[in-house]
Structure formats: C-alpha cells, structure tokens
Design a protein around this ligand. Structure first.
Ligand SMILES: Nc1ncnc2c1ncn2[C@@H]1O[C@H](COP(=O)(O)OP(=O)(O)O)[C@@H](O)[C@H]1O
Ligand SMILES: [Mg+2]
Length: 261
C-alpha cells in the first residue's frame, strides 16, 4: 500500500458544456509514486478531466489541489508551473528538430553572454542534457543530436513521455500514450511509466487497452457518463470485471444509472 500523502486531489469537480454534464462531482487523489489508471467509455469524461487538471478548463465547481494547496489554474502554463505535465494523444514533437531541441521545446537554453542575448541557443548543452534526462528514465536514444524523424514510433513516444517526466515536478498525465504502438514498443512505454513512478511522481494513465492498464497501474478510477463509479486497487480487477464496470454491466460503487432513478 502506498502511504504517501496525496500529491494531486481532484475534489468534487463538476464541469458542464452548455447542457452536457461532462463531469459530475468527481473526486479522487493520486499519491507520490503511484500510477492511477483513468478509464471509461467514449464520452465518459476522461479528456474533460485531463483538461481540468492541466489548466485548459476551469471546473464549474470543485477544485484541484496539489500537495494540499488549492490551485486556480487559468491556463496550461499555470499548471505546468505548478508541476503538472500533460501528454496529449498527439505527442507534439517536432520531427525535423533534434531530440535535444524537442526536450527543450518552449524552454530553450540560451548561450551565455552576448550570443545568448542575441538569441543563440545552447544547442550542444541541450542535446547532452536531454540525452542524460532520457537515459535517467530508461530511454536509450542514439544521441540527443539525432532528429526525431530518425526514431521509431515507440522511441518517439518514449521521448515525448521522457520530456514530460524530465520537466514534471509533481504529476504527469498521459492520455493514451500506447495507442498505435506495437506490443514491444508499448512495453517500452510502460517501462518509462514505471520509471516515473520510482522517481516519486504521481502518474495518471489513460488507456483503452485494458491489459496495459492492469499491468502498469496501482489503482484504477472508472468514469461512466461523467461520474466516478469505482476507485479501487488494480488487484481488485481483472479484464472482465474492469470491462463490465466501464460499460455498466457490473454496477460500480456509485452507479449513475441507479442514482438517476
Ligand atoms: N468542447 C465541448 N463542447 C461540448 N461538449 C463537449 C466538449 N468536449 C466534450 N464534450 C462532451 O462531454 C462529454 C465528455 O467528453 P470527454 O471528456 O471527451 O470524454 P472521453 O474523453 O471520456 O471520451 C461527452 O458527452 C462529450 O460529447
Ligand atoms: Mg477523450
């Protein structure tokens, strides 16, 4: 059992888009060194929850707390500054830039002195640092100087996650990171998630691939129709019971279909 205090608390979060109740009174937490799976059918509210946690949307009511402190993110930049890194389905890597340039994308290091003032980048330093950052989480890339277009799909995704882990100070949110990857490449990504956990980050892992969720998570949160229906240790699920909870064939602890009556 993970006894660390919660890093991230989602506290009674409700979010509607006009008439659509995307999230209704959702509460759960993620501890340091814990991987929490977030699952649910299409439209269950997963992406909306990610957007609330990452500062894209403010909740209508409820709050997000980090290390016990209530946050009021007004933009993704606020969430990043507070220590939350989010990797969306589309990895956002620039294929023609080097791995180093990608890891430092948007946070480039300038050369010291006058050259830096003129906007010259410390490219070599970034390439070397990126290589070390990726190696630290178990990602072997040839050198930081190679361009992303030279990498396989699995390596690219590993670099995207490695970048997020390198910058995350508290929480990392991964939305479908193993989509479109072969079995071996997906396995590499799951390894990187374990590395993030052992560094003491809190990890939220969203996936439709239930075997991956069962393999890598410590706890699973199931959303259905915008409500949290189950939050339990992964050991309490198997593929069938997880699928049943997602689809509603198996009632969760808090079943929206029953509550509606
Ligand atoms: N920008 C939006 N405007 C209106 N409705 C939205 C918007 N984004 C999501 N929704 C609705 O909110 C609900 C939850 O969607 P979403 O969070 O994308 O679920 P998931 O990621 O689990 O598939 C769905 O009914 C969806 O149609
Ligand atoms: Mg989604």
């Amino acid at each position: 059992m993970n006894e660390n205090p919660p890093l991230l608390e989602v506290d009674h979060v409700t979010k509607t888009y006009f008439h659509v109740h995307a999230l209704t009174d959702v509460s759960f937490s993620v501890r340091a060194g814990e991987v929490v799976g977030l699952v649910g059918d299409n439209g269950a509210g997963k992406s909306t929850l990610v957007k609330v946690i990452s500062g894209v949307h403010a909740p209508d009511s409820g709050s997000i707390k980090l290390s016990g402190v209530e946050q009021s993110f007004r933009s993704p930049r606020d969430a990043i500054e507070a220590g939350v890194e989010t990797l969306y389905q589309d990895s956002g890597l620039a294929p023609d830039l080097s791995i180093g340039a990608n890891v430092f994308l948007g946070r480039e290091k300038l050369l010291p002195g006058i050259r830096g003032k003129l906007g010259f980048l410390a490219q070599r330093e970034m390439d070397v640092q990126a290589h070390a950052d990726l190696e630290r989480v178990g990602i072997a890339v040839p050198t930081g100087r190679s361009t992303v277009s030279e990498l396989s799909g699995g390596q690219r995704q590993a670099v995207a996650i490695g970048r997020a882990i390198a910058w995350a100070r508290k929480v990392i949110v991964l939305d479908e990171p193993t989509n479109h990857l072969g079995a071996r490449q997906a396995g590499e990504v799951l390894e990187v998630i374990r590395a993030a956990r052992s560094q003491g980050l809190g990890v939220i892992f969203i996936s439709h691939t239930l075997p991956h969720v069962l393999e890598v998570t410590d706890r699973i949160v199931v959303l259905r129709l915008g409500r949290l229906v189950r939050d339990a240790p992964t050991s309490e699920f198997d593929t069938n019971s997880l699928l049943g909870t997602i689809t509603g064939l198996i009632g969760g602890d808090r079943d929206p279909a029953l509550e509606a009556t």
